[in-house]
Design a protein around this ligand. Structure first.
Ligand code: F3S
Length: 755
């Protein structure tokens, strides 16, 4: 099951008809993104035109990919759906839970010891439900997906924001929350607001020290971290065609850093070369047959302003190498101007580490070009001033680069070769004993994110993002302001030397090779497989189906918390050390709403227990109500649940016995997540009614037995002095979502329908 050629043939077989119909409905030539979107509608052949940035549309993705941190709760939920197998080809990749410390072999061994219960669970559940499993050390999810599964014109979702990397092979690939992935695994549609479209025209050609990374660093500077929100970015033009497929992947990958829904490129020869080099001749042959549908209509790229919501043009011939950072990926500095800027801002000029890797830049081409700089250091008798670390993107990349002597070059420069995994990119880097009190310093890396503490937990680490070749040069020079185009270095013999431009191979001249790629095919019939959850595990817990919330329980409810101001999914379910419990609902529920500010005392995690009159933490108080069989309500302000699509933020309150969340307005994904978990997600019909809610109130839903679409519910609020207010609360449930509520959750309904 390296890939499913029949599935791909099926997508291509219907694409022509669907694209033609879409063109007719839209009444104009189509962009590539539109072709992919309209050919993946849940309804099949399009029947109507959608408005960008407005209409919510049901899609039918071709594939799903999950990483080990997010897959735990996604698969625990999927187990509730009562299905024998996933409905759509799915893979799980163990890459986030491996720390970088001593080097690949020791670090992988350590991860297999400390996270074995998670890996065993993911392996067994994958085997049972027909999911491809990539074991620890096999590689980073997005590099592995690009090498094995991505295909031009396809649509994929993944439980990781850098799923967008597969745009490098002409996909529309989008990062989603676990709940969305579970829906698609269980055979349901996936909903997305039809995105806006940003066109990026690339003219000229990369040369010298500039790399694909510099293209996205430039785009990030232009659009900023929010500029791509709600949009698909489509790259085109001669500059796009001249770049390698993995280079395109780098650009699409960091589209996540400008908030873009995803990014993509039209099918071209670089993609065909990559498909053939990665043992997918048949995919390339099939793609060639439908080439015209795998790129925009010619009129679009000739007159992009007419077809995109926004158009940007970048001349690659004029682009300079960039360093973006610190603390944000959109703060760009051309290498030649770094000294002045760093001195002005107090950024340390000495660089302590250069790190090459992450899903963004860990391809064969990346390592080969960076190694050409490393080789020069050896030849010209230079030593790296900074420490140097490498995370190859996959076992296939590692094996091939080892065979071709590339890793040896880095090792001769005393570089540490870490596991084929995320490592320092996700804070899995044992750099310090006590990161919180570690000194101010600068590092350079080829990763995508550089927020404070992201790599090493040290808030004083200034991380700059650069291309792999520039990272290598700066690691050798040990200075942030080193400009390899103009600056000389002094070698061991005291001579002045310069680094020449990087060179490298787009693809391995002797082909890719690997002995054990780390992939485990699931059993054809997994019905006899037992899912492994270690007894007494504190990290994993098999889920129990939620009981439906009865109308009777919606009377006599108590207020758990009236949240004041911003209440994001991080306030509702914090990350940090709690990540450890992502697969254990009861344990992670101990962080429920601990970040929310109590409107009555402006304190976090300090609410009144109406049963005792005492104040305590939110989870503890809620557990008291649960013990007493009393349902509760959470009241909130505007945009409640903004932030991430983390389903834990809905599952935890549900698990603890919260029945309703009543707010001024919701972040839409969180609202849907609450509905999926069988809860009431409600908004004040009159926003000022928020002020009516008192700390000692009791709540009665008066007409929940008439719960119907477009019909507000009536809520009686009984205050401590016996006075009452009766208010209207709105909801956005349709009939299907009301059925979720009646059954206790969307998964309960799927299970019932399956039975
Ligand atoms: Fe892993 Fe970092 Fe990519 S965490 S998936 S390498 S963004």
């Amino acid at each position: 099951m390296a890939f499913d050629i029949d599935m791909i043939k099926g997508v291509y077989a219907s694409m022509g008809e669907r694209v033609d119909k879409a063109r007719e409905l839209v009444g104009r030539p189509l962009t590539l993104a539109e072709k992919i979107l309209y050919s993946h509608l849940w309804e099949g052949t399009p029947t109507k035109k959608f408005t960008r940035g407005k209409d919510y549309v049901d899609f039918a993705p071709d594939r799903i990919a999950c990483q080990d941190a997010t897959a735990q709760m996604a698969l625990l939920q999927f187990m509730q759906a009562g299905k024998d197998k996933v409905a759509v080809p799915t893979t799980v990749h163990c890459d986030h839970l491996i720390q970088a410390k001593q080097g690949a072999a020791a670090d992988l061994k350590h991860a297999n010891e400390t996270s074995s219960e998670v890996f065993d669970f993911l392996g067994s559940v994958s085997n049972k439900y027909g999911i491809g499993f990539w074991k620890p050390g096999a590689g980073i999810i997005h590099q592995v997906v690009l090498e094995n599964y991505a295909f031009p014109g396809g649509m994929m979702i993944g439980t990781d924001s850098h799923t967008v990397n597969a745009g490098g092979l002409g996909m529309v690939a989008i990062g989603v929350g676990g709940a969305d992935a579970v829906d698609v695994m269980a055979g349901m549609a996936w909903e997305l607001k039809f995105p806006k479209l940003i066109g990026v025209k690339l003219t000229g050609k990369l040369s010298g020290w500039t790399a694909p990374k510099d293209v996205i660093l430039k785009v990030a500077e232009i659009l900023t971290v929010k500029g791509g929100t709600g949009a698909i970015v489509e790259y085109f033009g001669p500059g796009a065609i001249s770049m390698s497929c993995t280079g395109k992947g780098t650009i699409c990958n960091m589209g996540a850093e400008i908030g873009a829904t995803t990014s993509t490129f039209g099918y071209d020869e670089s993609m065909e070369r990559y498909l053939r080099a990665t043992d997918r001749e048949d995919v390339a042959d099939e793609a060639n047959k439908v080439k015209e549908h795998l790129t925009a209509d010619p009129e679009v790229y000739a007159n992009p302003e007419q077809y995109f919501d926004q158009v940007i043009e970048i001349n690659l011939s004029e682009l300079m190498p960039l360093l973006n950072g610190p603390f944000t990926p959109d703060l760009a500095t051309e290498v030649g101007t770094m000294r002045e800027k760093a001195e002005k801002n107090g950024w340390p000029l000495a660089v302590e580490w250069g790190l090459i890797g992450s899903c963004t830049n860990s391809s064969y081409e990346d390592l080969s070009r960076a190694s050409s700089i490393a080789q020069q250091a050896l030849d010209k008798k230079l030593k790296t001033k900074a420490e140097f670390g490498i995370n190859p993107g996959s076992e296939q990349v590692r094996y091939t680069t080892e065979r071709d002597g590339i890793l040896e070059i880095f090792e001769k420069l005393d570089a540490k070769i870490f596991t084929n995994a995320c490592g320092p990119c996700i804070g899995q880097w044992a750099r310090y004993e006590d990161p919180k009190n570690a000194p101010k310093n600068s590092i350079v890396h080829s990763f995508n994110r550089n927020f404070a503490k992201r790599a090493d937990g040290n808030p004083n680490t200034h991380a700059f993002v650069a291309s792999p070749e520039m990272t290598a040069a700066i690691a050798i020079a040990g200075r942030l302001d080193f400009n390899p185009l103009t600056d000389k270095l002094i070698n061991e013999d005291g001579e002045e030397v310069m680094l020449d431009e990087p060179t490298g191979w787009e693809l391995p001249p002797k082909g890719f090779e690997v002995k054990d790629n780390g992939y485990i095919d699931p059993l054809e019939d997994g019905s006899g497989v037992n899912v492994i959850v270690a007894p007494g595990s504190e990290r994993l817990q098999i889920l129990e189906p939620f009981e439906p919330i009865t109308p009777a329980s919606l009377k006599g409810m108590k207020l758990l918390i009236k949240a004041f101001g911003k209440c994001t999914t991080d306030h509702i379910s914090m990350a940090g050390p709690w990540l450890r419990y992502r697969g254990h609902l009861d344990n992670i529920a101990n962080n429920t709403l601990i970040g929310a500010v109590n409107a009555y005392n402006q304190k976090t995690n300090f609410v009144k227990n109406q049963l005792t009159g005492e104040y305590g933490g939110v989870p503890d108080t809620q557990r008291e109500y649960k013990k007493a069989g009393i349902k509760t309500i959470v009241v909130g302000d505007h945009n409640y649940g903004e932030g991430s699509s983390r389903e834990h933020a809905a599952m935890q309150p549900r698990h603890l016995g919260v029945a309703a969340v009543l707010v001024k307005s919701f972040a839409r994904i969180h609202e849907t997540n609450l509905k999926k978990q069988g809860m009431l997600a409600l908004t004040f019909a009159n926003e000022n009614d928020y002020d009516l809610i008192q700390e000692d109130d009791t709540f009665n839903f008066l007409d929940i037995d008439q719960f119907a679409p477009d019909k507000p519910l009536t809520l009686e609020i009984v205050h401590a002095d016996g006075s009452k207010d009766t208010i209207k609360v709105n909801h956005s449930y349709n009939n299907a979502q009301i059925a979720w509520f009646n059954e206790g959750s969307a998964l309960n309904l799927i299970k019932k329908e399956n039975a």
